[in-house]
Design a protein around this ligand. Sequence first.
Ligand SMILES: *Cc1c(COP(=O)(O)O)cnc(C)c1O
Length: 393
Amino acid sequence: MNAVMQTYGRIPIAFERGEGAYLISTEGKRYLDGAGGIAVVSMGHSHPHLVAALSEQVQRLWHVSNLYEIPEQTRFAERLAGASFAGASFFCNSGAEAMEGAIKIARKYQAVNGAPERFRAVTLEGSFHGRTLATLGAAQNPKHLDGFGPPADGFDIVPPNNLNELRAAIGPQTAAIIAEPLQGEGGIRPLDRDYMQALRATADEFGILLVLDEVQTGFGRTGKLFAHEWTGVTPDIMACAKGIAGGFPCGAVLASERVAAAMSPGTHGSTFGGNPLAMAAANATLDILLEDGFLGEVERIGTLLGDGLVALAGRYRDIIGSVRGSGLMLGMVVREPHTNGALGDLAREHGLLTVVAGENVLRLLPPLTIREPEVEVILASLESACADLNAKG
Ligand SMILES: *Cc1c(COP(=O)(O)O)cnc(C)c1O
């Protein structure tokens, strides 16, 4: 029996080291990392600033627990407050945990403000919020729930981009609306700008909270620090993880001052959350994200890559349908009978790593540090993969 529990269908490649946008396999083959560890390795592999910050921290102090003050955590939280809607942040270790925290904070806010009956959330079909019991209940993906008993109560799911259905699902027990501004695992499916604005207006109208899951879209992925900035909509609570610390496990729940005030000592916690090592990685990542012009470059390079993908789709109309996404979170809809998996396998043979998503989409989530040469490599690999797929018929 394999000693690692078989919860993943793994590709039989292992990597020995990473250099910027590239991964080098144990067999010495170089791959352009177009998946970025699933939107995690935002600064590329072994970024000198991150290596220096973590090396310094590794030698000084790893972990103390949240029984004590953690100055690196305070500093990161203050910087987030300065760069976003957040009044305060809670730190954890993963996206699912951040979403669990977001759900708990929404419920607690209602309870503290005289409405303890408000514990439900309206969620959107095609969402992914993680693999814990509550987050599976929120997304209600039958494939993920199969065999795990009845889905956690407290979630009412509606199709995205349909305001009437959303309003109809809000009742006297509703505490919040939960949405990804751009659905990642679901297939790089954007929410309409108007719909996002309507989510905000509807939440205000009913006295409920808007919770955004920016676990994948946050920390520069779409060319803004947070994807909601594209829509002019500000959430009350936001979950982050993936790219937040450039590859070190870290999650965060950001909340407005009014909402964060509902949380008092003992209401929530995490042993590892926000420890000095994670915060060193997060602060170093934020240093780069907030550098003058960095996000502008993500937007520019994202547009360049996106335009290249659209051109590719024009040359291979039988293989690629539409191209969607924003910044360096891009997806190509693969046309049946072709599959995203088959196209991804061929791209890998041509030296490019990608990741599949729902709706037969092949996703690109490369490091935010890529520039023209890497864009050319990505497009050339995909071109070769499409040509192979055509040749196979
Ligand atoms: C990946 C992801 C999660 C879950 O994050 P984990 O770190 O795997 O728990 C939640 N929400 C979204 C939008 C994600 O992309």
